[in-house]
Design a protein around this ligand. Sequence first.
Ligand code: ZN
Length: 123
Amino acid sequence: MVLSSLLLSAGQQRPLWREVGVGLVAVDTLVHNFLLRTGILRRLGADHPYGVRCYRTGGCADILTRFAASIDARQFNPAFPQTFPRFVQNAVWRCCAAMAWTSATRSRRFARLTLESRMNSVT
Ligand SMILES: [Zn+2]
């Protein structure tokens, strides 16, 4: 994702760098599991384990690129290109990261309350 940000910031003097950055999609476990758990992979007949198949034809990167083709990213920022796979992938990743953080926070809160409850019952 850092490479994509670097390529996107290349400016007008290096339009090919920007073009590569726009289409660069990184699939990590958050993104793969989002597509798996939402049933998107199954619905598209693209079930696969996380790994190299995420980048093969019909894999996660391909699915995100196809999603991006159906979304006009300029509605979010007029400076964006119409088709912006990196933007779609980053939006999915941010959503998953926020949900994971929220879930982890809830788990920590639950663990703390449980520990406090146990300590109170001992004393
Ligand atoms: Zn995948």
